[in-house]
Design a protein around this ligand. Sequence first.
Ligand SMILES: NC(=O)c1ccc[n+]([C@@H]2O[C@H](COP(=O)([O-])OP(=O)(O)OC[C@H]3O[C@@H](n4cnc5c(N)ncnc54)[C@H](O)[C@@H]3O)[C@@H](O)[C@H]2O)c1
Ligand SMILES: [Zn+2]
Length: 667
Amino acid sequence: MKQVDLFEAHAGKHTLQGGVETDAAHRERIDDLAQRVERHRALYYAGNPEISDAAYDAIEDELRALSPTHPVLARVGSASLVTEWEKARHEIPMGSLNKVVNEDELRAWVARCEELLAKEAHSPVERELFVAEKLDGISIEVLYKDGKLVDAITRGDGEWGERITANVARMKGVPARIRERGHLSVRGEIILRLSDMKRHFPGVTSPRNMAAGLSKRFDGQGAEHCTVLFYDVAEHAEIPTCRKRFDWLRELGFGTPQAGHSTLDDVIELYRNYASGRRAALDYEIDGLVVYVDSLHVQTLLGDLNRRPRGAVAFKFASPAKVSKVLSVLWDTGPSGRVTPVAIVEPVELAGAMVQRASLHNAAHVRSLGIGVGDEVLVSRRNDVIPYVEEVVEKRGTSAQPPTTCSVCGASLVTEGEYILCRNNSCRALIEGRIHNWIDAIGALEWGDKLIEQLVAAGLVREPLDLYNLQVKDIAGLERRGEKIAKKCLDQIKNRLPLTLPVFLTALGIEGFALQTARLLVSAGYGTLDKIRTAKEAELAVIPGLGTIKAANIVRGLAARKDEIDRLIAAGIEPVTLAAEGPLASLTFCFTGSGTRPRGELTQLVESNGGRVLGSVTKELNYLILADPSSASSKAEKARKYGTKLITEEQLEQLIEERRNAAGNEG
Ligand SMILES: NC(=O)c1ccc[n+]([C@@H]2O[C@H](COP(=O)([O-])OP(=O)(O)OC[C@H]3O[C@@H](n4cnc5c(N)ncnc54)[C@H](O)[C@@H]3O)[C@@H](O)[C@H]2O)c1
Ligand SMILES: [Zn+2]
């Protein structure tokens, strides 16, 4: 979607709305969006938002994209201010800020300022900026007369606000007297510090909404826990810069958000800094940074539009989320049998990708959202993860109900806690899952998800043994596969043979039976497949680190796969007992970080040479294998402390080679 120019957006350059370009469908949508913007503003400024800020912003952004000049967008605050408080008029109207949500938009704003200032003598904007934290609270104007606090008025619609003087007078950071004479209007934000919220209002989750509520209580209760921080003073002509303005506010005894003079590059670095941790460490909530042209003279030259200065912007923290409509709710059966609800939505562009499918996590989430076909929902995509439905923004349809049968095989589903599952072992989704697990555990990198899907769909693979009976032509005959790939894939799985016992057990993909558990069993004396298969639940349960649940899963899982395992063994795919001899005999190894080869393959390498793989760094560990032996990670540090040797994968191979040769020479 095209980003609308910040300055001209409201100035009538774009003529979408009402013009010939607006088709009926758009007009309807525009009216609908505008109404919702107003409704949500009214709720929000009254302290009772129904939807999240991200959802609200998504609606407002969509309206701006469809109708940049819409009058609703030019307004500040809410026009329908219903209040029991006395209304009061601001002598100098209170405005808002235009926003940018990424570096490019910020740079564009600077460029635009330069363009507008082309004919004026001024220092480069990008070198003369001022930046302050953008407090997420309630705007307030506080008036002093001859050094005495006389009035405090909320922003309201910018012109008329509520006179909540009695409450503001009790808030922290609002001096009753200041040493400045004359008439003074200072502007700031009412916030509730997180520490105060925790102490005085346990259970409350939104400091902003709480602060809004407290500010407007008639009995004034709780107002003393709010804080006001200031960032502006109206019309104080002798102050030349934002920096001086903040200094001056502080000298008068007002608290301010953190702020400072800055260049454009520094602002961007600071923004990243805040986004990646500094923001989370604050004792109050901010929703971005405010970036100003430092010189107030230049700000005046730039002027403002719709009560939004051109010489400042809100540099908001991005929330990559958009509103879209639910077309259907699907229930996909996954490889473990778990049924995952997915919302199919009207395609929307999110963080550079078109999104049509969004996860609904599980049946419990579907229920708590109350989501249904036709609803408008907020879809997010954070750090490139799977798109996710955050909330229902506008309820339109009837809520979706979890299915009772599997969409893949039709079997009845079972409920387990928050999840529903297909337990049918011959369900195609589960077969794919098991094959996938096998391939993963043995470390056959050539094999992709798609190939497995194709083989299962073609009925060529139903269980792990089938993998070993595949012919080159079976794979080569599939769509978009050739002989070369086919050969590579088949060679790879055959090269992995024989499988060590822990790898074999892990490859079966039995619930709760990961590599660590398999190793635990082996080191507890269950060194052969036979021993493990005949073990009773009770005897496994007492192995330290196992417990009753895992023991039950193992016994049940092995029994359920009995025939499959028998067929594997009959075909010679038999796990090998760890070599008690071999070049690495009596040595222990542990892997950390990502290697160049899959963990399973490395484990196999160590174990087939008689070594033992440990899951963590302990005193008995001989070798820690990692990409960078000079690493300062906690695992590496610990290993050094124990005198463990730190080596790379290559050094591991050399070690095997050396020890093999040494043994050969001795023998
Ligand atoms: N959830 C909802 O239903 C809903 C509805 C309406 C609005 N909203 C939210 O309200 C916000 C929009 O409101 P807005 O028009 O007041 O704009 P804004 O709050 O995004 O930005 C302008 C305001 O920032 C404040 N501010 C904080 N620190 C500042 C500083 N250092 N310098 C200057 N100003 C500073 C001022 O009060 C100023 O008026 C959005 O975040 C939107 O998501 C939410
Ligand atoms: Zn099924």
